[in-house]
Design a protein around this ligand. Structure first.
Ligand SMILES: [Zn+2]
Ligand SMILES: [Zn+2]
Length: 312
């Protein structure tokens, strides 16, 4: 006899069959994002901006090819397992200075784009000079960005610095051995690097089919979270879903009336090539709608540090 199970029931049946983590794939993570950004740019009022971000993702793809920073030591893994902490914790991590080489290459790529608007060209130029004259100041900016100290972050330079840090941590995540992950890590942050998620995606295919994954804003790892659960405070009773009337398919805002925040949730069954970072950038209208409804974003987009300045 067969019984039809609701989605929540399926997910709670056997947790061991649902992959807990989805690690990024070195060859595809940034090239897929670039392709998705270009697709989104075709039909968007933010076309120029999204194309520019596609150029940035191209540079990240190039950077990731040759990026092999040292991973977590055995002691660090042991410590993380003993305390249930993310083993690649970004805040406080001793970055190899090679990350600044990644940033320099990325800036050179961006500086060479013919479509670069004057404001962005100025930001690239300024950052190139700072990288040369005052690398310590760039390191301090990187620390502020990773710790999400918004008041200390230079919004014009941040997307480029973050892009280089993403390449660095995505490389660490690509090479991470999943068995080294602690059994339990804190709710609401990436189990690998401890950063906040940018959004979530309900995946299709294989064992992850119909399961929801939170997408890390830094290392591009994804981790499973049962659906209809607030990704911020874990509440399951006061969660609701909002979409734009006649808006694009496959995108909603998952809000919580316990903590009054929201994050976007994308449905891969509607858009196969969905990318949390790209699709989040392309859907600022939904953010405005949620702001008007009285909800705050639970976390920002890693490539955009000017949410408060976005005009309706
Ligand atoms: Zn992460
Ligand atoms: Zn909540």
């Amino acid at each position: 006899m067969q019984r039809v199970l609701a989605r929540g029931e399926i997910e709670s049946l056997d947790h061991t069959s649902i992959p807990r983590l989805r690690l990024p794939v070195r060859a595809a993570v940034f090239s897929d994002r670039a392709a998705r950004l270009r697709q989104l740019a075709q039909d968007s009022p933010l076309s120029g901006y999204l194309s520019l971000m596609a150029g940035l993702a191209d540079a990240q793809h190039q950077g990731l090819k040759g990026c092999k920073p040292p991973g977590a030591t055995d002691e660090r893994i042991d410590l993380a397992q003993a305390h249930g902490m993310p083993p690649l914790q970004a805040v406080g991590w001793q970055r190899d200075a090679a990350w600044r080489g990644l940033l320099a290459a990325l800036l050179e790529h961006m500086g060479g784009l013919s479509s670069l608007p004057p404001q962005a060209a100025q930001a690239v130029h300024d950052l190139q000079r700072r990288l040369h004259d005052a690398p310590g100041a760039v390191e301090a900016q990187a620390d502020a960005i990773l710790a999400e100290l918004e008041e200390e972050v230079d919004a014009a330079a941040a997307p480029f610095i973050m892009a280089a840090l993403q390449v660095y941590w995505t490389s660490l995540a690509c090479d991470f051995t999943e068995s080294a992950l602690p059994v339990v890590t804190p709710h609401g942050v990436c189990p690998l690097c401890g950063s906040l998620p940018v959004a979530s995606v309900v995946r299709v295919g294989g064992q992850a089919d119909a399961c929801r994954y939170l997408c890390c804003s830094l290392c591009a790892a994804e981790w499973h979270l049962v659906r209809v659960t607030c990704s911020h405070c874990e509440n399951t009773k006061e969660v609701s879903y909002h979409a734009i009337e006649d808006g694009p398919e496959g995108i909603k805002a998952e809000s919580c009336d316990a903590c009054h925040t929201y994050r976007k949730i994308f449905y891969q069954e509607k858009v196969l090539g969905v990318d949390a970072v790209a699709d989040d950038l392309a859907s600022l209208t939904l953010d405005m709608l949620m702001g008007e409804a009285g909800y705050a974003r639970a976390s920002g987009n890693p490539l955009l540090w000017q949410h408060t300045q976005v005009e309706p």
